[in-house]
Design a protein around this ligand. Structure first.
Ligand code: ARE
Ligand code: CA
Length: 463
């Protein structure tokens, strides 16, 4: 990077799904900090049921920080090391419910529990027993009452309006804050009245970052907008809009002035191409679509809407399979090779290591240089599409099977630029490019885009 080019503070995050704390700490130091990720979203850190499926993490047994992903000490050490590397930690907070088990059992760290009894934390009176459906399970998402007071897939539903329940949840979140986390993903926020979440958040220190998971559906009464008063919201419309364009090659600019329809305001939006649920469900483009996935991430990171979160998990063919684990049930540590990526294919359980893909680091650099510059009207031609971040950089993609050229009008100064998706400059003050180079001449840059590739140039990649 050219030091003289002004850069915005990093804002992008990365979700490291089911990665142990010791490995996240290492990633922060070796990769996330240097690449310019501002934050990392972890899987839930508290004790859960003792099962091998990844989703065991979403069935809390206690708020002790002893889980398949590591001990309390390891969690604390990770937060310190990530912080020191300039990467804030956002913890996944599962506070709508406890387990979904009907039989009594013992949690991963040895704590006994029953469906609505968690010794020292909660008893039957602390839970909703909605009495509206068979088994008290949510069946009709068009009923606000069911969604918020019945059980999501049989998970014992906390009465989050209760004073004692709120205190208990706040004590847990405060404990995590005392270890240095910067904020929380609020799991299943849709299933808690926004007033309840607001009350809980209101008891936390000011500045605590809150990102609510509220899956948008036009057919349902509970809307993401209800949760923007006290924090950010994961905006599911983003990938739903983008993916079909990448698959069809028919591009359209989003709303460039003002709010995007069916999207929360930009300063409230956390956007993503996929997450641990959608890669197992609705997402059209995931790690399995290597090249298209890179393109999707490139366009997201180049955008001026929302705070992007990149996703990195592990390959799977069975939706339930947990990450590879040791004999004692703890998830195995994992690190990424510098070999680049994406790979042509992944074996089950293999980490996708998206944080190590050179294109991601290049686009984070693009994003920092783009700063607050607005996104300008795009250009499409055949299967190619591109746009400028005014005066700062230009991104272009080709989703087709044939090489395509794309001419994008630009206000960037004339000169030669290195493409940061294919490698960028060879050194800070370097004259050479590791990958492709493009020329801005007379207010136009002409990209030559191989099948299914992205390219991006910015002020700091000028040589
Ligand atoms: C597992 C088993 C179940 C079993 C249950 C209890 O799969 O069969 O009944 O355990 O024993 C994750 C997994 C679940 C898992 C659960 C608990 O995905 O399979 O259940 O953990 O271990 C709705 C919610 C949304 C939620 C999604 C999954 O609104 O909040 O469902 N997402 C979060 C997490 C998940 C997690 C949970 C919540 C629970 O990200 O990983 O579940 O903590 C429409 C609606 C959406 C709805 C969606 C799916 O799109 O608009 O609101 O999402 O359908 O139903
Ligand atoms: Ca609830």
């Amino acid at each position: 990077p050219t030091p003289s080019v002004e850069r915005a503070a990093p804002d992008a995050g990365i979700q490291l799904f089911q990665l142990p704390w010791s490995s996240i700490a290492e990633e922060c130091e070796t990769r996330l900090g240097p690449a310019g990720f501002a934050w990392v979203l972890t899987s839930p850190p508290n004790e859960s049921i003792a099962r091998e499926e990844w989703w065991a993490s979403y069935q809390p047994v206690s708020y002790g920080l002893n889980s398949r992903l590591g001990t309390r000490d390891e969690f604390a050490d990770m937060v310190k090391r990530c912080d020191a590397a300039g990467v804030a930690v956002i913890a996944d907070a599962v506070i709508n419910h406890m387990t979904g088990q009907d039989a009594a059992g013992t949690g991963f760290a040895g704590t006994p529990y029953a469906h609505d009894e968690y010794p020292g934390l909660y008893g039957p009176d602390d839970f909703h027993h909605c009495g509206l459906t068979p088994g008290d399970d949510i069946v009709d998402y068009t009923s606000r009452e069911q969604v918020q007071t019945c059980e999501l897939v049989n998970l014992a539903d906390l009465d989050t309006s209760g004073e004692q329940v709120q205190r208990t949840i706040v004590a847990y979140l405060d404990d995590l804050l005392s270890l240095g986390v910067a904020g929380f993903r609020i799991d299943a926020a849709k299933h808690m009245a926004a007033d309840d979440v607001a009350a809980i958040v209101g008891r936390l220190p000011e500045g605590t970052r809150i990102m609510s998971e509220v899956i948008r559906s036009a057919r349902e009464p509970v809307q993401p907008e209800e949760y923007t008063g006290f924090g950010e919201v994961f905006e599911f419309s983003y990938a739903r809009d983008l993916d079909p364009q990448l698959e069809s090659g028919v591009f359209a600019d989003p709303e460039l002035e003002g709010d995007r329809p069916a999207h929360v305001p930009a300063d409230r939006a956390v956007v993503f191409i996929d997450n641990h649920d959608t890669e197992r469900g609705e997402a059209d483009i995931t790690y399995r679509d290597g090249r298209l996935y890179v393109i999707a991430n490139a366009l997201m990171l180049a955008d001026d809407y929302g705070t992007p979160v990149v996703y990195s998990g592990y390959a799977f063919s069975d939706r339930d399979s947990g990450a590879p684990a040791e004999a004692d049930g703890t998830v195995s540590p994992a690190s990424c090779a510098d070999a680049g990526g994406p790979a042509e294919s992944y074996a089950d359980g293999e980490r996708t290591c998206v944080q190590a893909w050179p294109a991601i680091a290049g686009m984070l650099e693009f994003r920092a240089v783009a700063g607050a510059a607005p996104r300008l009207e795009g250009v499409s031609d055949g299967d190619a599409y591109g746009f400028e971040r005014e005066g700062r950089g230009v991104v272009a993609v080709n989703v087709g099977d044939e090489t395509q050229t794309l001419a994008v009008p630009t206000t960037l100064p004339s000169g030669q630029y290195c493409d940061v998706v294919s490698g960028g400059k060879d050194a800070i003050d370097g004259e050479g490019c590791r990958g492709a180079a493009y020329t801005v001449d007379g207010g136009v840059v002409r990209f030559e885009l191989a099948p299914q590739t992205a390219a991006a140039i910015h002020l700091g990649s000028r040589r």
